[in-house]
Design a protein around this ligand. Sequence first.
Ligand code: PMT
Length: 400
Amino acid sequence: MGSLSNKRVLLGVTGGIAAYKSAELIRCLQGDGAEVRVAMTPAATEFITPLTLQALSGNPVSLELLDTAAEAAMGHIELARWADLILIAPASADFIARLCHGEGSDLLSTVCLASHGIIAVAPAMNMHMWGNPATQKNLRQLRSQGLPVFGPAVGYQACGDVGEGRMEDPAALATMAGNLFTSGLLKGKKVVITAGPTREALDPVRYISNHSSGKMGYALASAAMEAGASTVLISGPVQLSPPERIKTIAVESAAQMLEAALHEVEGADIFIAAAAVADYRPASVAEQKIKKNDDDMHIQLVKNPDIVATVAGLAKHPLTVGFAAETENLEHYATQKLRKKNLDLIIANDVSDTSIGFNSDDNRVLLVQPGANKALPIMNKNTLAHKLIEHIAALLKTAH
Ligand code: PMT
């Protein structure tokens, strides 16, 4: 697994002699784990054929803004949404100027305008064009807008000059692209995460469950994937769409969640139990809908297996992280769970506060681990998930 694992890179090729290096750049990006698509400006097609880049990338090359067939497949807005990174390499002086002015005169510049992802440029031009004050002013503007500028390198140029302006080496560009992502933190690791509630059936139409929305577990799965991990999400029934690029296994009951966890935990480095698993289930499930006969009704419940404790008890177990949902004595109960379930870390949340915890977009947690508890402030579950993954990745490093 490379530093671009799980990343989608749109390689933007503009008109310049260095366009011939785009072919090798595709290979380097793919070698570092990226899925690559290519968009070319009309001038770029004078230097290298779209067919070459299509064959190497394994995807159709996007060329025209006003191409109905292309728009019907993956139009400029979808392309902008698709890419985690738009890497313009080579970036000509003309394209850099157009990018600076927010022009949308061709497909590639329009995709850049529509993008919310990272746009990086790898300039390639004659040394005098590079040194021109207008080019330098444009570069300063792009940098001040937060666009990473890779290179250029110094050396022999196609026109015979020797100086600054050569496109960076493709392998170096792929490394620079990989460094843009905090990922790499969990590259080569397998992470298994449980999320959402479980449903424990009473009869064919009724069940016992809870208010977990799955938001916390899904955010953790996305953060783990973005950190480069091969991620498996075992999800109880929720209203969220299965996250892209994550193997998602849908389950209903605690028994099914346990079965999936034991299967997936094989070879895993980290197990995170964010699911709100029902502690008890009905002792028996009626085959037919239970009829309303008496004034009161008694349901006998039996204990469900504890999934996270079972995983932590395996002879060859991953770093095991649990959550604790408490309505009082947060630290005390979480510490008890940490010891009882033999976990490496408990992420404790006070679910008596309805602005955090179950079904909200935010959470405030206390990290409980042997020797060092740490409180985090309230924040969005997505932001929190990234912080938790960083913390867990650091724990994994010290554990092995
Ligand atoms: O899904 P959201 O709406 O985003 O809400 C997030 C959340 C509140 C559900 C989440 O942050 C959370 O706290 N999840 C754990 C809820 C819970 O069941 O806590 P617990 O204290 O009862 O269980 C302790 C730990 O044991 C948990 O990691 C739980 O997954 C695990 N467990 C519990 C019972 C069981 N039979 N098997 C388990 O693995």
